[in-house]
Write a protein that binds this ligand. Structure first.
Ligand SMILES: *[C@@H]1O[C@H](CO)[C@@H](O)[C@H](O)[C@H]1NC(C)=O
Ligand SMILES: *[C@@H]1O[C@H](CO)[C@@H](O)[C@H](O)[C@H]1NC(C)=O
Length: 385
C-alpha cells in the first residue's frame, strides 16, 4: 500500500511538473549529437518557444556533442523562469571567425542553466595570437548582458578563445560549481569577468586559465566570491581600471576562502597611471591560501604598457577601505606584499590582519608607496604601512 501511494505521488508529481513547465528538447528541433551538424537553428527555435511561453519553461540539451556556430539568445521573455538542462557538450567550430560572442543571453530575467560543457575550441585562435599575426578579437564563450536573476550551476567551460564567462550590465547573477579550464599559456582566457554589474556571486568553482581567474572591471559592485581555487592563471583581480576617462567605481567586493596555486598574482588591484574619476572602496579579502604565488598581495596603480598616454604616470582612481585578513602561504618572489599607489591619489584605509607569507627560506618583504593604513594581529612580512 505504501509503495502504491509512493507510485501515485510520483505520477502526480511528474504530471504537475510537466503541466506547469513546458519542456523543449533541442533534438526535437533537429539538433544532431554528432559534433558536426550546426545546431544554431534548433537552439534558437527551442529558445523562441521557451522564451515565448507564458508559463515556466525548460530547454533540454541531451547527451552528445552539439556543434554550435553561434547563439545570441534574446529577451525579454514572456516568463521569468526558464531552465536549461544540459547533459552534453556544446562545441564551438574549430578554427575561428570574426565573432566576439559565441553564446549570449541579453535582456533575460529569470534564467537557470544546469550542468553541461561548453568547449570553445580556442586552440587555433591562440596559435594566431601567439604567432604575433593580426587576428580578430576572439569570442567570449558565454556572455550574460543586461540581464537579471541568472543562475549558472555546475557548468564546465573549456578552452575559450578569450574570456570564458562575461557578466555585463546585469544584476543578481550567481555562478556556482563552475569548472573552467584552459592552458596556463593561453592568452586572455580570463575565467569570469564582471563589469557594470551588481549582486554577483561566484562560489565553489575551480578555475585554471592563462589570464585572470576572476576579473572585475568598472562598475562591479556588491560582488561575493567564495570557495574558489585558482591556478594556473593571473589570480583574482580588480582591474585593470582607468583606461577610459570616467569610469564607474568598484565597491563592496568580498573575496573569501580562496586558494591560489602557482599564479602570477594572488589578490590584485590594478589601475592605469592616468587621470580618472573612478574609485575602488569597501573591499574585503579574507581567508586566502597562497601556494607559490608571484605577487600574493598587490596594488599597482602605475599600469601603463608602452608608457603611452599616461601624463604624470599618476592614477586618478581613488582606492580606499581595502581589508586583507588571514592571508597565508608562500610567495614565489621576495616582494610578497606590494602597495604601489598613486602619487596624486594615495591609497587610504588599507588594513592588514593576520598575514603570514613566506619566501623560500628567506624573509619576504613588503613595499609601500603613497599608501596609508593600519595593521592588527600578526603581519609577516613586517608591514610598511
Ligand atoms: C554588499 O554586497 C553583498 C553581496 O555581495 C550584499 O549582501 C550586501 O548587502 C552589500 N552591502 C551593502 C552595504 O550594500
Ligand atoms: C607563519 O607560517 C610559518 C610556516 O610557513 C609558521 O612556522 C609560523 O608559525 C607562522 N606564524 C604565525 C604567527 O602564524
Amino acid at each position: 500500500m505504501a509503495q502504491f501511494m509512493a507510485f501515485l505521488l510520483t505520477i502526480l508529481f511528474i504530471c504537475s511538473f510537466t503541466s506547469a513547465m513546458a519542456a523543449y528538447n533541442i533534438a526535437d528541433f533537429g539538433a544532431k549529437p554528432d559534433g558536426r551538424t550546426d545546431s544554431a537553428k534548433p537552439f534558437l527555435s527551442a529558445w523562441a518557444a521557451a522564451c515565448g511561453s507564458s508559463q515556466p519553461s525548460a530547454i533540454i540539451v541531451p547527451a552528445g556533442r552539439f556543434l554550435l556556430s553561434q547563439a545570441l539568445f534574446q529577451g525579454p521573455c514572456k516568463n521569468s523562469n526558464i531552465r536549461i538542462f544540459i547533459s552534453g557538450t556544446i562545441v564551438a567550430p574549430s578554427g575561428y571567425g570574426s565573432n566576439t560572442v559565441w553564446i549570449s543571453f541579453n535582456y533575460v530575467q529569470g534564467l537557470s542553466i544546469f550542468g553541461g560543457t561548453l568547449d570553445g575550441q580556442g586552440q587555433s585562435f591562440w596559435a594566431c595570437k601567439m604567432a604575433g599575426r593580426s587576428c580578430p578579437n576572439g569570442a567570449t564563450s558565454l556572455t550574460i548582458a543586461e540581464s537579471k536573476n541568472i543562475l549558472i550551476s555546475g557548468l564546465t567551460l573549456l578552452n575559450s578563445e578569450v574570456f570564458h564567462i562575461s557578466i555585463f550590465g546585469s544584476s543578481g547573477v550567481t555562478v556556482r560549481g563552475a569548472k573552467i579550464t584552459a592552458p596556463g599559456d593561453s592568452p586572455n582566457t580570463d575565467g569570469i569577468h564582471i563589469q557594470k554589474s551588481s549582486f554577483v556571486t561566484v562560489s565553489g568553482s575551480s578555475i585554471k586559465t592563462g589570464d585572470d581567474c576572476i576579473s572585475m572591471g568598472e562598475g562591479a559592485t556588491d560582488v561575493w566570491i567564495e570557495k574558489i581555487s585558482c591556478g594556473p592563471g593571473h589570480g583574482i583581480s580588480i582591474g585593470s581600471l582607468g583606461d577610459t576617462p570616467q569610469e564607474d567605481g568598484v565597491q563592496n567586493v568580498t573575496v573569501k576562502s580562496v586558494v591560489l596555486a602557482g599564479t602570477q598574482n594572488g589578490l590584485r588591484i590594478k589601475t592605469w597611471g592616468k587621470p580618472n574619476t573612478g574609485f575602488v572602496k569597501g573591499i574585503r579579502f579574507e581567508h586566502a591560501i597562497m601556494q607559490n604565488v608571484q605577487n600574493p598581495i598587490v596594488i599597482d596603480q602605475n599600469y601603463c604598457p608602452g608608457n603611452k598616454n599616461c601624463p604624470g604616470q599618476s592614477s586618478g582612481i581613488k582606492i580606499s577601505q581595502v581589508m586583507y585578513s588571514d592571508i597565508h602561504g608562500s610567495s614565489a618572489t621576495q616582494a610578497a606584499v606590494k602597495f604601489d599607489c598613486s602619487s596624486s591619489n594615495p591609497c587610504s584605509g588599507i588594513g592588514l590582519q593576520n598575514i603570514n607569507l613566506s619566501y623560500l627560506d628567506k624573509q619576504a618583504q613588503s613595499y609601500c608607496r603613497n599608501v596609508q593604513g593600519s595593521t592588527s594581529g600578526f603581519v609577516i612580512p613586517p608591514s610598511c604601512l
